[in-house]
Design a protein around this ligand. Structure first.
Ligand code: GLP
Length: 261
């Protein structure tokens, strides 16, 4: 696992967008796994700026969804499908035909989850999966004690996550669904490169537990320690509880630049 400490969210966005751009230059039909939440927005903005500047071509890029609310119609403005269309696909100029996501309104939710795992595999697997992190260490919607080998499935949100996400539902926690579909931790770990971005002091405890704590289901993001190519990009505030911060700074500062992240 590589930890990169950046000055601020904007620099983190630039760093990860450049990694995505390099991937797309190498593999124009790369499958990018994307996350919702406010943290990844600087990544999408920086990548969209490259598309507008003509330094990266997304004509053949494909986008895969990480998680979804159960029961929200696809056209609901806060369904993650709508959010991703608005914040990722449209700015990047990627068409819905190149989008993969689970059906949050399926009658048979379990079948929809299994179908999504099959669709990801049939698409050749995710090349780069971008993740945020919940204050409790969740990735996707894999709440604490999710199996470290879990597949895409239905989960019940903790109250804390519903409260955290109420800001997208007029601040009204009652509107936040209780159930979600999320790629499992095992599914996420199949991506060729996993990149987690965390910014702000509120994520400092979760980052420290994930990076320097034991691999434990109680902190789902700690599963990234098992991935052969995992990058954790954190701003100064999110890095503030890392005991090995100086070591991470030193190793990244002396890394051959051609290696990228
Ligand atoms: N399912 C999403 C996660 O994928 C995201 O990482 C998390 C943190 O969101 P934010 O980046 O806004 O703090 O929110 C939700 O729970």
């Amino acid at each position: 696992m590589e930890v990169v400490i950046v000055a601020d969210a904007r620099s983190g966005g630039e760093l990860i967008a450049e990694a995505m751009a390099q991937l797309l230059r190498r593999k124009p039909d790369a499958l990018l796994g994307v996350a919702t939440g406010s943290t990844p927005l600087p990544v999408y903005e920086a990548l969209a700026a490259r598309v507008r500047a003509g330094t990266v071509d997304t004509a053949r890029a494909r986008i895969a969804q990480l998680d979804e609310y159960v029961g929200l119609p696809a056209e609901h403005p806060e369904s993650y499908r709508s959010v991703l269309r608005r914040e990722v696909l449209e700015p990047l100029g990627v068409k819905m035909e190149a989008f993969l996501g689970p059906d949050g309104t399926a009658d048979d939710v379990q079948a929809a989850c299994e179908a999504y795992d099959r669709a990801l595999a049939a698409a050749g697997g995710v090349d780069l999966q971008l993740l945020g992190i919940g204050t409790d260490g969740h990735i996707g919607f894999n709440e604490p004690c999710s199996s470290l080998r879990s597949r895409t499935r239905i989960k019940t949100l903790t109250e804390q996550t519903r409260v955290d996400n109420a800001r997208f539902f007029d601040g009204d926690v009652e509107q936040v669904p209780h159930h979600v579909i999320t790629q499992g931790i095992g599914t996420i770990l199949e991506a060729r490169h996993v990149v987690l971005l965390a910014t702000g002091e509120g994520k400092a405890d979760a980052v420290a537990a994930s990076v320097e704590g034991p691999v434990a289901a109680v902190c789902p993001a700690s599963a990234l320690q098992l991935h052969p190519h995992a990058t954790v990009v954190v701003d100064e505030a999110a890095a503030s509880k890392l005991k090995l911060a100086e070591y991470f700074r030193h190793t990244y500062a002396h890394k051959p630049r051609w290696q990228g992240i």
